[in-house]
Design a protein around this ligand. Sequence first.
Ligand code: ADP
Length: 162
Amino acid sequence: MRITAIYPGSFDPITHGHKDIVIRASRLFERVVVAVAASTTKHTVFTSDERVAFAQTVFDGVPNVTVCSFDGLLADAAREHRASVILRGLRAVSDFEHEFQMAGMNRKLVPEADTLFLTTAEQYGYISSSLVREVASLGGDVSEFVHPAVVEALNRRLPRHG
Ligand code: ADP
């Protein structure tokens, strides 16, 4: 079966944890679409164009991974890309409740797609975009967690409190 998986998120910014999920998924599915949520309820440090550009840099050279942004419902983006799998990553039990609710809602909104979860590789389990932003804003070194282009952008963008 030729399955397209869509991997939605805010990716503010994309981390090595996200990358690990996508690279592993790229071996399972014919195509993986990284779908950057343009407007999210969260306040983002980076614009949607910047978040897309970082993801494109990270997956440059991976032939079956594409990056797009979407505005509005994931259900509509999933249909547009003919994705039959909605991919999400699970780091810890604490992620589960929210993910479980979203999967249920998306099953209602887009019954032709199933949500699949990949668990993070343990070395990335503690990485989150919000912690990366916080550490960077306090002057910490985040080069172990994100692409060098993201490190540079964080250093330019974030006010330093450290
Ligand atoms: P959202 O704002 O929709 O939660 P995120 O950009 O924070 O989007 O994350 C997108 C997806 O990636 C979510 O399923 C999240 O659980 C997962 N994820 C985030 N960080 C990691 C990580 N370090 N390892 C694996 N999955 C992760």
